[in-house]
Design a protein around this ligand. Structure first.
Ligand code: F6R
Length: 626
């Protein structure tokens, strides 16, 4: 999400920090800042909102001098993008500077505790509480690394941080938990960074910190400890990538990088929203962002839900409809934003409008949402971009926390939308009383397993040993040669078929359509012939047998069937020409797994056809015109 770079050595820190931040610019961000400790002990801070050139201009001729410093580009998760909320953040006296990437889940409790002790806060961020915690610990230990370790022991959440203190010249302290941080090793100088490109021009020798590591870094040495203070050794790696591959994390395209980021993106979406509490370790669902709307009483009159979105967002909504109706017993209508706004819709105070948009700027979704709101509907926005336009048309906003998505075709924002909709569906179910406590416990426990199941799915379909990769590549070969293909599924598998077809057509320009499997014999079956492959979503579900019947009907018309099935399903083998397996999972989680091979199929077909994968022709990431 955010980008971090830090330097300690003999060179001037400022140009190294600014260049490092420039190298992270491709990820997009909303504000940036640097803090540099001058040789005479002055800790200088510069922060700006917007593009990096604003920071460069602010630094200007009065460039902070000094050879120790930290820099940060922010992609907001807590608090709107402005100068106060930009990093680095400081303690009460401006003696400590902290740059942070991640989410401090218990920041509100920490903040209250520190405020009560008289600490003065200047921002709305979760990060600032860390600076004050370190300030407090430094009163009882004179060691910055120890103060950081003690402070982090109080923190729940995810973080990659770098810290400098006026009282510790020539020293950087970094730490990570569920957020990337690397140490770059130089000659009489060292670096810390969240991403390799930030420091690749200076060194290729790097150490990837492990979960819970704290690195104490001076120009001459790096000492890594656990959070408890035990010294640990981590291997040194030599990076062979050029800058361009480093930006893509070593992957050839952002699209495939972002596919691999999906388990972590879902983990971030769930962070702090499912809590284990009490002696019986009960799971509690928390959507604090909705508290004010719930307290207003406006949701008490809700009788129906409308989900608005376009493209991939509307597919996430279509899948979630099945879950929300089941859990909350509220009727859910899915509306494509561009249709809704001209449809003279039936909408009023009895409607909860859930509006989905990763960019938060899609004009059709914005206008449709305003229309619903003006008619009296309550609006909950689900978006990836903090403070984007949609948040101003909503009564409450849930952020996806997927991190910047650079590929035009959506991947990680699809799975995080679905995850967030599931959380919201359960929340509504608990409010309506339709979701029993027992079921909620089971669903929440299942949802918490999703990142691991997604990781296993990726390993399964990209791993040569398990033949997963071979199966996927041979299916991609076949699709790359065809003129047209069909995707089918039932229930939640139907919108997933739509999403699979959308990914294939937008990335590879192969014509593809998704159909509800039961609809095939009402027309589309006429399209089938040996040259038109059929991709069937046939994972375990209440409608599995029905999907198998539809596959048989297609095979009777000589169509080549590629089935996506649950691991261990041997019955399906005799009905399909090719098989791609995903791990077994509860039905509602299955789309979060099955979408992964669908995305990868589209990717490999597009690769074979030589398409521009990250920027397909005619498409834009934000559709801000009608
Ligand atoms: C497809 C894709 C688009 C977007 C759609 C809505 O891969 O990315 O279909 O889902 O343009 O965009 P947002 O979510 O920004 O409103």
């Amino acid at each position: 999400m955010c980008g971090i770079v830090a330097y300690v050595g003999a060179q001037r820190a400022t140009p190294i920090l600014l260049e490092g931040l420039q190298r992270l610019e491709y990820r997009g961000y909303d504000s940036a800042g640097i803090a540099v400790l001058s040789d005479d002990g002055d800790l200088q801070l510069k922060k700006t909102t917007g593009k990096l050139k604003e920071l460069v201009a602010a630094v200007g001729a009065y460039e902070p001098s000094g050879s120790l410093g930290i820099g940060h580009t922010r992609w907001a998760t807590h608090g709107r993008p402005n100068n106060d909320n930009a990093h680095p953040h400081t303690d009460c006296h401006g003696d400590i500077m902290v740059a942070h990437n991640g989410i401090i889940e218990n920041y509100a409790a920490l903040r209250d505790e520190l405020l009560a002790e008289g600490h003065v806060f200047r921002s709305e961020t979760d990060t600032e509480s860390l600076a004050h915690l370190i300030e407090r610990e430094l009163e009882t230990t004179n060691d910055l690394a120890e103060a950081v370790r003690r402070s982090l022991q109080r923190v729940t959440g995810s973080y990659a941080i770098v810290v400098v203190s006026r009282s510790h010249p020539g020293r950087l302290v970094g730490a990570r938990l569920n957020g990337p941080l690397i140490v770059g090793l130089g000659e009489h100088e060292n670096f810390l960074a969240s991403d390799i490109p930030a420091i690749l021009r200076h060194t290729r020798r790097m150490i990837a910190l492990d979960e819970g590591d704290v690195a104490d870094v001076t120009p001459e040495r790096v000492v890594i400890t656990t959070l408890a203070g035990a010294v640990v050794q981590r291997p040194i790696t030599t990076i062979e990538w050029d800058i361009e591959s480093a930006e893509k994390g070593g992957y050839p395209h952002f699209f495939v990088k972002e596919i691999h980021e999906q388990p972590d993106a879902v983990r971030q979406s769930l962070m702090g929203r499912i809590e284990q509490q009490g002696e019986d370790d009960k799971l509690t669902l928390r959507l604090d962002e909705l508290d004010a709307l719930a307290a207003s009483g406006r949701l008490d009159t809700i009788r129906r839900v409308v989900i608005l979105g376009c493209g991939t967002a509307s597919h996430a909504g279509m899948i979630a409809k099945y879950a929300i109706e089941r859990w909350a017993r509220l009727p859910v209508e899915i509306a494509i934003s561009s249709e809704y706004r001209y449809a003279d819709p039936v909408v009023g105070p009895e409607t909860l409008c859930i509006t989905l948009t990763q960019s938060g700027e899609t004009i059709d979704t914005l206008v449709a949402t305003r229309l619903a709101r003006e008619a009296g509907a309550s609006v909950i926005a689900i978006t990836n971009v903090v403070d984007s336009a949609i948040t101003r048309s909503a009564d409450a906003t849930l952020y996806l926390r997927a991190g910047p998505e650079i590929s035009v075709a959506a991947t990680k924002t699809f799975v995080t939308m679905l995850t967030t909709l599931y959380l919201l569906g359960m929340w509504l179910g608990q409010r309506t009383g339709a979701l029993s406590d027992e079921t909620a416990q089971r669903l929440l426990a299942d949802l918490r397993r999703t990142p691991d199941l997604m990781r296993a799915t990726i390993t399964g379909v990209t791993n040569d040993e398990g033949l997963g990769a071979a199966a996927l590549i041979s299916v991609a070969d076949r699709l790359a040669r065809c003129q047209s293909c069909l995707y089918i599924g039932r229930s939640m598998g139907y919108p997933l078929a739509l999403e699979g077809a959308l990914k294939l057509k937008e990335l590879s320009y192969v014509h593809a359509e998704g159909y509800a499997a039961g609809e095939m014999k009402h027309g589309p079956i006429a399209l089938l012939d040996p040259q038109t492959p059929l991709i069937a979503i046939a994972t375990e579900s209440a409608v599995y047998e029905k999907v198998v019947s539809n596959i048989q009907e297609a095979r009777a018309r000589e169509a080549a069937v590629i089935a996506l099935a649950s691991a261990g399903d041997t019955t399906i083998q005799r009905h399909a020409d090719a098989l791609i397996y995903v791990p077994r999972a509860p039905e509602f989680l299955s789309p979060l797994l099955t979408v992964i091979p669908l995305q990868l199929l589209a990717y490999h077909v597009a690769l074979k056809r030589g398409c521009d994968i990250d920027q397909p022709r005619n498409l834009a990431k934000s559709v801000t015109v009608e």
